[in-house]
Design a protein around this ligand. Structure first.
Ligand SMILES: Cc1ncc(COP(=O)(O)O)c(C=O)c1O
Length: 399
Protein backbone atom coordinates (compact mmCIF):
# COMPACT_ATOMS: atom_id res chain seq x y z
CA UNK A 1 0.00 0.00 0.00
CA UNK A 2 1.37 3.42 -0.94
CA UNK A 3 0.52 5.92 1.79
CA UNK A 4 -1.12 9.18 0.74
CA UNK A 5 0.50 12.34 2.13
CA UNK A 6 -1.27 14.65 4.58
CA UNK A 7 -1.20 17.33 1.88
CA UNK A 8 -2.93 15.15 -0.71
CA UNK A 9 -5.44 13.92 1.87
CA UNK A 10 -6.36 17.49 2.77
CA UNK A 11 -6.95 18.79 -0.78
CA UNK A 12 -10.47 18.70 -2.21
CA UNK A 13 -10.67 18.05 -5.96
CA UNK A 14 -11.92 21.07 -7.91
CA UNK A 15 -15.73 21.04 -7.61
CA UNK A 16 -16.22 22.49 -11.08
CA UNK A 17 -13.97 19.94 -12.78
CA UNK A 18 -15.67 17.13 -10.81
CA UNK A 19 -19.13 18.36 -11.88
CA UNK A 20 -17.96 18.50 -15.50
CA UNK A 21 -16.69 14.92 -15.26
CA UNK A 22 -20.04 13.77 -13.84
CA UNK A 23 -21.90 15.37 -16.75
CA UNK A 24 -19.52 13.73 -19.27
CA UNK A 25 -20.19 10.34 -17.65
CA UNK A 26 -23.97 10.79 -17.96
CA UNK A 27 -23.57 11.93 -21.57
CA UNK A 28 -21.45 8.86 -22.35
CA UNK A 29 -24.33 6.70 -21.16
CA UNK A 30 -26.55 8.33 -23.81
CA UNK A 31 -28.29 11.00 -21.74
CA UNK A 32 -28.65 14.56 -23.12
CA UNK A 33 -27.10 16.79 -20.46
CA UNK A 34 -27.38 20.58 -20.31
CA UNK A 35 -23.97 21.30 -18.86
CA UNK A 36 -23.48 24.76 -17.37
CA UNK A 37 -20.69 23.74 -15.04
CA UNK A 38 -17.46 24.65 -16.79
CA UNK A 39 -15.90 28.10 -17.01
CA UNK A 40 -14.70 27.52 -20.53
CA UNK A 41 -15.56 29.43 -23.73
CA UNK A 42 -17.18 27.14 -26.31
CA UNK A 43 -15.37 28.98 -29.14
CA UNK A 44 -12.36 27.55 -30.95
CA UNK A 45 -9.06 29.35 -30.40
CA UNK A 46 -8.93 32.00 -33.19
CA UNK A 47 -7.26 30.81 -36.41
CA UNK A 48 -4.33 33.27 -36.40
CA UNK A 49 -3.32 32.04 -32.93
CA UNK A 50 -3.45 28.37 -33.98
CA UNK A 51 -1.44 29.26 -37.12
CA UNK A 52 1.30 30.83 -34.96
CA UNK A 53 1.53 27.58 -32.99
CA UNK A 54 1.80 25.60 -36.25
CA UNK A 55 4.61 27.87 -37.39
CA UNK A 56 6.41 27.47 -34.05
CA UNK A 57 6.31 23.68 -34.37
CA UNK A 58 7.50 23.82 -38.00
CA UNK A 59 10.37 26.12 -36.95
CA UNK A 60 11.48 23.67 -34.29
CA UNK A 61 10.41 25.72 -31.28
CA UNK A 62 9.85 22.50 -29.37
CA UNK A 63 12.55 22.76 -26.71
CA UNK A 64 12.72 23.99 -23.13
CA UNK A 65 12.46 27.78 -22.89
CA UNK A 66 13.77 30.06 -20.14
CA UNK A 67 11.98 29.21 -16.86
CA UNK A 68 9.91 32.42 -16.72
CA UNK A 69 9.04 32.42 -20.45
CA UNK A 70 10.68 33.42 -23.74
CA UNK A 71 11.89 37.01 -24.21
CA UNK A 72 9.27 37.28 -27.01
CA UNK A 73 6.31 36.32 -24.83
CA UNK A 74 7.41 38.54 -21.95
CA UNK A 75 7.84 41.49 -24.34
CA UNK A 76 4.33 40.81 -25.73
CA UNK A 77 2.87 40.82 -22.19
CA UNK A 78 4.65 44.12 -21.42
CA UNK A 79 3.27 45.67 -24.65
CA UNK A 80 -0.21 44.40 -23.84
CA UNK A 81 -0.26 45.97 -20.34
CA UNK A 82 1.00 49.28 -21.73
CA UNK A 83 -1.66 49.26 -24.45
CA UNK A 84 -4.62 47.97 -22.44
CA UNK A 85 -4.08 49.46 -18.98
CA UNK A 86 -1.32 52.06 -19.52
CA UNK A 87 0.74 49.98 -17.08
CA UNK A 88 4.52 50.10 -17.73
CA UNK A 89 5.87 46.64 -17.00
CA UNK A 90 9.44 45.39 -17.54
CA UNK A 91 10.27 41.79 -18.58
CA UNK A 92 11.87 41.22 -15.15
CA UNK A 93 8.39 41.76 -13.65
CA UNK A 94 6.81 38.95 -15.68
CA UNK A 95 6.63 35.19 -15.17
CA UNK A 96 4.60 32.98 -17.52
CA UNK A 97 3.19 29.71 -16.17
CA UNK A 98 0.96 26.79 -17.14
CA UNK A 99 -2.32 28.64 -16.72
CA UNK A 100 -3.38 31.34 -14.26
CA UNK A 101 -4.16 28.63 -11.71
CA UNK A 102 -0.49 27.69 -11.77
CA UNK A 103 0.46 31.37 -11.51
CA UNK A 104 -1.72 31.71 -8.40
CA UNK A 105 -0.08 28.63 -6.91
CA UNK A 106 3.39 30.08 -7.57
CA UNK A 107 2.49 33.44 -6.03
CA UNK A 108 1.08 31.83 -2.89
CA UNK A 109 3.94 29.32 -2.60
CA UNK A 110 6.40 32.23 -2.82
CA UNK A 111 4.65 34.51 -0.34
CA UNK A 112 2.86 32.54 2.41
CA UNK A 113 3.26 29.51 4.63
CA UNK A 114 2.27 28.10 8.04
CA UNK A 115 1.23 30.81 10.50
CA UNK A 116 0.24 33.28 7.76
CA UNK A 117 -3.27 34.42 6.86
CA UNK A 118 -4.73 35.15 3.44
CA UNK A 119 -7.94 37.19 3.26
CA UNK A 120 -10.40 35.93 0.64
CA UNK A 121 -13.79 37.55 0.06
CA UNK A 122 -16.58 35.02 -0.58
CA UNK A 123 -18.05 33.98 -2.95
CA UNK A 124 -14.58 33.09 -4.28
CA UNK A 125 -13.35 31.06 -7.22
CA UNK A 126 -13.32 27.38 -6.13
CA UNK A 127 -9.56 26.94 -6.05
CA UNK A 128 -8.56 29.95 -3.92
CA UNK A 129 -9.12 28.42 -0.52
CA UNK A 130 -7.43 25.09 -1.38
CA UNK A 131 -4.48 26.81 -3.09
CA UNK A 132 -3.92 28.78 0.13
CA UNK A 133 -4.36 25.74 2.40
CA UNK A 134 -1.84 23.77 0.34
CA UNK A 135 0.87 26.25 1.42
CA UNK A 136 0.04 25.72 5.12
CA UNK A 137 -1.34 29.26 5.42
CA UNK A 138 -4.89 29.90 6.69
CA UNK A 139 -7.61 31.23 4.37
CA UNK A 140 -9.62 33.94 6.17
CA UNK A 141 -13.01 34.02 4.47
CA UNK A 142 -14.95 37.28 4.54
CA UNK A 143 -18.58 36.90 3.53
CA UNK A 144 -20.01 39.42 1.13
CA UNK A 145 -23.71 39.65 0.31
CA UNK A 146 -25.92 40.39 -2.70
CA UNK A 147 -26.93 43.63 -0.91
CA UNK A 148 -23.36 44.99 -1.35
CA UNK A 149 -23.22 43.58 -4.90
CA UNK A 150 -20.99 40.81 -3.46
CA UNK A 151 -18.30 43.43 -2.87
CA UNK A 152 -15.87 43.46 0.03
CA UNK A 153 -16.16 46.76 1.92
CA UNK A 154 -13.24 48.65 3.52
CA UNK A 155 -14.87 48.11 6.95
CA UNK A 156 -14.99 44.34 6.39
CA UNK A 157 -11.37 44.35 5.25
CA UNK A 158 -10.27 46.36 8.30
CA UNK A 159 -12.02 43.87 10.58
CA UNK A 160 -10.41 40.87 8.84
CA UNK A 161 -6.81 42.12 8.86
CA UNK A 162 -4.52 40.90 11.66
CA UNK A 163 -0.76 41.05 12.19
CA UNK A 164 -0.64 37.65 10.46
CA UNK A 165 -2.29 38.87 7.24
CA UNK A 166 0.15 38.45 4.37
CA UNK A 167 -2.09 38.61 1.29
CA UNK A 168 -5.50 39.93 0.22
CA UNK A 169 -6.91 38.11 -2.80
CA UNK A 170 -9.18 40.09 -5.09
CA UNK A 171 -10.93 38.94 -8.24
CA UNK A 172 -12.66 41.51 -10.44
CA UNK A 173 -14.48 40.66 -12.68
CA UNK A 174 -15.37 37.86 -10.29
CA UNK A 175 -15.95 34.17 -10.79
CA UNK A 176 -18.65 33.15 -9.70
CA UNK A 177 -20.67 36.38 -9.21
CA UNK A 178 -19.71 38.46 -12.26
CA UNK A 179 -19.13 41.38 -9.86
CA UNK A 180 -16.94 44.18 -11.23
CA UNK A 181 -15.57 46.62 -8.66
CA UNK A 182 -15.35 50.28 -9.69
CA UNK A 183 -11.99 51.99 -9.64
CA UNK A 184 -13.06 54.05 -6.60
CA UNK A 185 -14.09 50.91 -4.68
CA UNK A 186 -10.75 49.27 -5.40
CA UNK A 187 -8.90 52.44 -4.39
CA UNK A 188 -10.73 52.42 -1.05
CA UNK A 189 -9.78 48.76 -0.47
CA UNK A 190 -6.15 49.33 -1.47
CA UNK A 191 -5.92 52.36 0.85
CA UNK A 192 -7.41 50.36 3.72
CA UNK A 193 -4.95 47.53 3.18
CA UNK A 194 -1.97 49.90 3.01
CA UNK A 195 -3.13 51.80 6.14
CA UNK A 196 -3.76 48.71 8.26
CA UNK A 197 -1.19 46.10 7.23
CA UNK A 198 1.92 45.37 5.22
CA UNK A 199 0.11 42.61 3.31
CA UNK A 200 0.36 42.15 -0.45
CA UNK A 201 -2.53 42.43 -2.89
CA UNK A 202 -3.01 39.46 -5.18
CA UNK A 203 -5.31 40.62 -7.95
CA UNK A 204 -6.71 37.94 -10.25
CA UNK A 205 -7.76 39.85 -13.37
CA UNK A 206 -8.27 36.93 -15.75
CA UNK A 207 -11.73 38.17 -16.86
CA UNK A 208 -10.51 41.76 -17.48
CA UNK A 209 -11.48 41.70 -21.17
CA UNK A 210 -14.99 40.42 -20.43
CA UNK A 211 -17.10 43.24 -18.96
CA UNK A 212 -20.53 44.38 -20.12
CA UNK A 213 -22.56 47.58 -20.21
CA UNK A 214 -20.88 50.41 -18.32
CA UNK A 215 -18.65 48.14 -16.21
CA UNK A 216 -14.93 48.72 -16.75
CA UNK A 217 -12.01 46.54 -15.67
CA UNK A 218 -9.33 48.05 -13.45
CA UNK A 219 -5.71 46.96 -13.18
CA UNK A 220 -5.30 47.18 -9.40
CA UNK A 221 -1.52 47.74 -9.55
CA UNK A 222 -2.12 51.07 -11.35
CA UNK A 223 -4.47 52.53 -8.74
CA UNK A 224 -1.93 54.47 -6.69
CA UNK A 225 1.72 55.34 -7.20
CA UNK A 226 3.81 52.78 -5.34
CA UNK A 227 1.02 50.21 -5.11
CA UNK A 228 2.74 48.08 -7.77
CA UNK A 229 5.48 47.33 -5.23
CA UNK A 230 3.05 45.29 -3.15
CA UNK A 231 0.69 44.06 -5.84
CA UNK A 232 0.80 40.88 -7.90
CA UNK A 233 -1.38 40.87 -10.99
CA UNK A 234 -2.41 37.48 -12.32
CA UNK A 235 -4.07 36.97 -15.67
CA UNK A 236 -4.14 34.56 -18.59
CA UNK A 237 -5.31 33.68 -22.07
CA UNK A 238 -7.88 30.99 -21.21
CA UNK A 239 -10.99 33.15 -21.05
CA UNK A 240 -10.41 36.14 -23.39
CA UNK A 241 -8.76 34.22 -26.23
CA UNK A 242 -10.57 30.85 -25.83
CA UNK A 243 -7.25 29.19 -25.00
CA UNK A 244 -8.08 27.00 -21.97
CA UNK A 245 -6.20 23.96 -23.26
CA UNK A 246 -3.03 25.87 -24.09
CA UNK A 247 -2.44 26.56 -20.37
CA UNK A 248 -1.10 30.10 -20.58
CA UNK A 249 -1.22 32.29 -17.49
CA UNK A 250 1.13 34.88 -16.05
CA UNK A 251 1.97 36.95 -13.01
CA UNK A 252 3.26 40.52 -12.99
CA UNK A 253 5.09 41.27 -9.77
CA UNK A 254 8.05 43.07 -8.22
CA UNK A 255 11.30 41.63 -9.64
CA UNK A 256 12.40 40.04 -6.33
CA UNK A 257 9.15 38.08 -6.12
CA UNK A 258 9.44 37.00 -9.77
CA UNK A 259 12.90 35.67 -8.89
CA UNK A 260 11.44 33.64 -6.02
CA UNK A 261 8.73 32.23 -8.30
CA UNK A 262 11.38 31.53 -10.95
CA UNK A 263 13.17 29.25 -8.45
CA UNK A 264 9.93 27.43 -7.53
CA UNK A 265 8.83 27.02 -11.16
CA UNK A 266 12.30 25.81 -12.20
CA UNK A 267 11.97 22.92 -9.76
CA UNK A 268 8.31 22.16 -10.44
CA UNK A 269 7.76 22.43 -14.20
CA UNK A 270 11.00 23.81 -15.74
CA UNK A 271 9.10 26.19 -18.03
CA UNK A 272 5.74 26.76 -19.69
CA UNK A 273 5.05 25.02 -23.04
CA UNK A 274 7.18 26.47 -25.86
CA UNK A 275 4.44 26.12 -28.49
CA UNK A 276 1.79 27.70 -26.27
CA UNK A 277 4.08 30.67 -25.62
CA UNK A 278 4.39 31.26 -29.38
CA UNK A 279 0.58 31.14 -29.61
CA UNK A 280 0.26 33.60 -26.72
CA UNK A 281 2.49 36.12 -28.54
CA UNK A 282 0.10 35.96 -31.50
CA UNK A 283 -2.92 36.32 -29.18
CA UNK A 284 -1.60 39.42 -27.41
CA UNK A 285 0.08 41.12 -30.40
CA UNK A 286 -2.38 40.09 -33.11
CA UNK A 287 -5.75 41.51 -34.14
CA UNK A 288 -8.09 41.93 -31.17
CA UNK A 289 -11.36 41.83 -33.10
CA UNK A 290 -11.72 38.16 -32.12
CA UNK A 291 -11.89 39.22 -28.46
CA UNK A 292 -14.48 41.88 -29.28
CA UNK A 293 -16.57 39.34 -31.21
CA UNK A 294 -16.50 36.79 -28.38
CA UNK A 295 -17.30 39.51 -25.82
CA UNK A 296 -20.30 40.62 -27.91
CA UNK A 297 -21.54 37.04 -28.06
CA UNK A 298 -21.12 36.60 -24.28
CA UNK A 299 -22.99 39.89 -23.76
CA UNK A 300 -25.93 38.57 -25.84
CA UNK A 301 -25.92 35.27 -23.92
CA UNK A 302 -25.90 37.19 -20.64
CA UNK A 303 -29.05 39.06 -21.71
CA UNK A 304 -30.69 35.79 -22.76
CA UNK A 305 -29.69 34.01 -19.53
CA UNK A 306 -30.77 36.84 -17.21
CA UNK A 307 -34.10 37.24 -19.01
CA UNK A 308 -34.93 33.54 -18.78
CA UNK A 309 -33.82 33.21 -15.14
CA UNK A 310 -35.83 36.28 -14.10
CA UNK A 311 -38.96 34.70 -15.54
CA UNK A 312 -38.65 31.69 -13.21
CA UNK A 313 -40.57 32.22 -9.94
CA UNK A 314 -38.54 32.25 -6.72
CA UNK A 315 -35.07 32.75 -8.18
CA UNK A 316 -33.09 35.88 -7.29
CA UNK A 317 -30.37 36.97 -9.69
CA UNK A 318 -27.90 39.80 -9.12
CA UNK A 319 -26.83 41.15 -12.54
CA UNK A 320 -23.39 39.89 -13.59
CA UNK A 321 -21.36 42.82 -14.99
CA UNK A 322 -18.42 40.69 -16.11
CA UNK A 323 -17.07 37.17 -16.71
CA UNK A 324 -19.60 34.60 -18.02
CA UNK A 325 -21.52 33.33 -15.00
CA UNK A 326 -24.94 33.85 -13.45
CA UNK A 327 -24.84 33.31 -9.66
CA UNK A 328 -28.40 33.11 -8.40
CA UNK A 329 -30.28 32.45 -5.18
CA UNK A 330 -32.29 29.20 -5.20
CA UNK A 331 -32.90 29.03 -1.44
CA UNK A 332 -36.66 29.60 -1.93
CA UNK A 333 -36.73 25.97 -3.10
CA UNK A 334 -34.93 24.54 -0.06
CA UNK A 335 -37.26 22.47 2.09
CA UNK A 336 -39.15 21.16 -0.96
CA UNK A 337 -38.89 17.63 -2.33
CA UNK A 338 -38.26 16.80 -5.99
CA UNK A 339 -39.43 13.35 -7.14
CA UNK A 340 -39.64 12.53 -3.44
CA UNK A 341 -36.07 13.70 -2.78
CA UNK A 342 -35.87 16.49 -0.20
CA UNK A 343 -33.52 19.34 -1.07
CA UNK A 344 -31.99 21.32 1.79
CA UNK A 345 -28.87 22.99 0.43
CA UNK A 346 -27.12 23.98 -2.80
CA UNK A 347 -25.28 20.66 -3.13
CA UNK A 348 -28.51 18.66 -2.71
CA UNK A 349 -30.24 21.01 -5.16
CA UNK A 350 -27.56 20.52 -7.86
CA UNK A 351 -27.37 16.72 -7.36
CA UNK A 352 -31.15 16.30 -7.65
CA UNK A 353 -31.29 18.65 -10.65
CA UNK A 354 -28.57 16.75 -12.51
CA UNK A 355 -30.02 13.33 -11.68
CA UNK A 356 -33.63 14.16 -12.47
CA UNK A 357 -33.54 16.89 -15.14
CA UNK A 358 -29.97 16.46 -16.48
CA UNK A 359 -29.10 20.11 -15.93
CA UNK A 360 -25.65 20.66 -14.46
CA UNK A 361 -25.04 23.67 -12.18
CA UNK A 362 -22.41 24.19 -9.47
CA UNK A 363 -23.49 24.53 -5.82
CA UNK A 364 -22.75 27.87 -4.18
CA UNK A 365 -21.12 26.01 -1.28
CA UNK A 366 -18.17 25.23 -3.61
CA UNK A 367 -17.61 29.01 -3.76
CA UNK A 368 -18.05 29.49 -0.01
CA UNK A 369 -21.65 30.78 -0.27
CA UNK A 370 -24.68 28.63 0.56
CA UNK A 371 -28.11 29.24 -0.97
CA UNK A 372 -26.84 30.06 -4.45
CA UNK A 373 -25.85 28.12 -7.59
CA UNK A 374 -23.55 29.07 -10.46
CA UNK A 375 -24.42 28.73 -14.12
CA UNK A 376 -21.82 29.33 -16.84
CA UNK A 377 -23.33 30.96 -19.93
CA UNK A 378 -20.24 30.25 -22.03
CA UNK A 379 -22.32 27.84 -24.11
CA UNK A 380 -24.66 28.03 -27.10
CA UNK A 381 -27.96 29.97 -26.94
CA UNK A 382 -29.73 26.67 -27.77
CA UNK A 383 -28.18 25.04 -24.70
CA UNK A 384 -29.13 28.05 -22.56
CA UNK A 385 -32.76 28.00 -23.77
CA UNK A 386 -33.10 24.22 -23.55
CA UNK A 387 -31.44 23.93 -20.15
CA UNK A 388 -33.32 26.79 -18.55
CA UNK A 389 -36.65 25.45 -19.85
CA UNK A 390 -35.77 22.14 -18.17
CA UNK A 391 -34.78 23.95 -14.97
CA UNK A 392 -38.10 25.85 -14.91
CA UNK A 393 -40.13 22.65 -15.48
CA UNK A 394 -38.18 20.79 -12.80
CA UNK A 395 -38.57 23.59 -10.23
CA UNK A 396 -42.32 23.52 -10.81
CA UNK A 397 -42.39 19.87 -9.68
CA UNK A 398 -41.09 20.80 -6.19
CA UNK A 399 -43.58 20.01 -3.42
C1 LIG B 1 -11.05 33.55 -11.34
C2 LIG B 1 -10.21 32.57 -12.05
N1 LIG B 1 -8.87 32.63 -11.91
C3 LIG B 1 -8.06 31.76 -12.52
C4 LIG B 1 -8.57 30.78 -13.35
C5 LIG B 1 -7.59 29.81 -13.98
O1 LIG B 1 -7.53 29.88 -15.35
P1 LIG B 1 -6.41 29.10 -16.17
O2 LIG B 1 -5.64 28.26 -15.22
O3 LIG B 1 -7.15 28.33 -17.20
O4 LIG B 1 -5.54 30.16 -16.78
C6 LIG B 1 -9.95 30.66 -13.53
C7 LIG B 1 -10.53 29.57 -14.34
O5 LIG B 1 -11.67 29.18 -14.22
C8 LIG B 1 -10.79 31.60 -12.87
O6 LIG B 1 -12.12 31.54 -13.01
Amino acid sequence: MIRISALAASVKPSATLAAGAKARQLRASGVQVFDFSLGEPDFDTPAHIRAAADRAVAAGQTHYTPVTGTPEVKAAICRWYKGYHGYEVAPENVIVSNGAKHSLHNVLAATVGPGDEVVIPTPYWVSYSDLVSMTGAAPVLVHTTPESGFKLTPAQLRAAVTPKTRVLMLNSPCNPTGTVYTRAELEALADTLVDHSDAALLSDEIYEQLTYGDAKPTCVATLRPGLRDRTVTVSGASKSYAMTGWRMGWAVAPAALVKAMDAIQSQETSCPSSVSQAALVAALDGPQDCVAAMRAEFAARRELTCGLLRAIPGLKLPVPDGAFYAFFDVSAYFGKAFAGKPVGDSLGFCSALLEQAHVNLIPGSAFGTEGFVRMSFACSPDTICGGLAKLADWLATGR
